[in-house]
Write a protein that binds this ligand. Structure first.
Ligand code: SAH
Length: 226
């Protein structure tokens, strides 16, 4: 109790920044209280390299290891809302990155399976998720475009890297009625994607175009690291 040292001040500054981010997301059109409270509960500062911790609650993407990025909070909130995750669901994420999106999902569903092509990123992500006591997330190193056939079918799939085209292999791993959200490259517009929501039906898929986004590319194969 009492005056509080520098650490305590920093924490409350972080809390204030977090609250204003939540308000900004609401103003931006995020309506789901479940999604907003997941964002409130997961400390984004724990998912960015130390030098960027002060910007953790600004609404923009930030660099992480291996030349990758942690997505913009609005995009995380938007994709999570559009994914319509239920608490009994099994969700696949392609592109673990920092582990932040997986952490948000883990509060909203039964189990998250997440695939990353960089060992370094997966190792760091697993450490963060363990520190936060999030135990319903399983990660593997691999090419996420191939999905996770041993765990399929999934209720939901979220791809957090820009796919050159609709990843049909992943559609096959969705349950009927299942939903996938994926950023898909726009021809002639480098580094920009169209966020697409696919719903698997008895006979095929329904496609809905959402907003334009910017993700790092989905790259084939496991990354070679030095
Ligand atoms: N969801 C992440 C952000 C992802 S950035 C977060 O919350 O921080 C995209 C990630 O996808 C990068 O880490 C990149 O290495 C990874 N990636 C790209 N292509 C991939 C592939 N084919 N399989 C698995 N991961 C891939």
């Amino acid at each position: 109790m009492g005056a509080g040292g520098p650490e305590e001040e920093e924490t409350s500054a972080g809390e204030a920044a977090k609250i204003s981010l939540i308000m900004e997301l609401r103003r931006g059109g995020i309506k789901s209280n479940k999604v907003l409270s997941a964002i409130e509960r997961i400390p984004r500062n724990a998912f960015v390299p130390g030098a960027f911790a002060k910007q953790a609650y600004d609404d923009h993407a930030l660099p992480i290891e291996c030349g990758q990025t942690i997505s913009q909070p609005f995009v995380v909130a938007y994709m999570t809302e559009k994914l319509q995750v239920g608490d009994r669901m099994k969700v696949l994420e392609v592109g673990t990155g920092s582990g932040y999106q997986a952490a948000i999902l883990s509060l909203l569903c039964r189990r998250v399976y997440t695939i990353e092509r960089y060992r370094t990123l997966m190792r760091d992500a697993v450490n963060r998720l363990e520190t936060l006591n999030l135990h319903n997330i399983t990660g593997k190193i691999g090419d996420g475009a191939l999905g996770w056939p041993e765990q399929a079918p999934f209720d939901r799939i979220i791809v957090t890297a820009g796919a050159p085209e609709l990843p049909l292999t992943l559609v096959d791993q969705l349950k009927v009625g299942g939903i996938m959200i994926v950023p898909v490259d726009v021809p002639g517009r480098p580094r920009e994607q169209q966020l697409v929501r696919l719903t698997r039906t008895e006979t095929g898929v329904e496609r809905e175009d959402l907003i334009p986004v910017r993700f790092v590319p989905l790259v084939e194969g496991i990354a070679r690291e030095t």
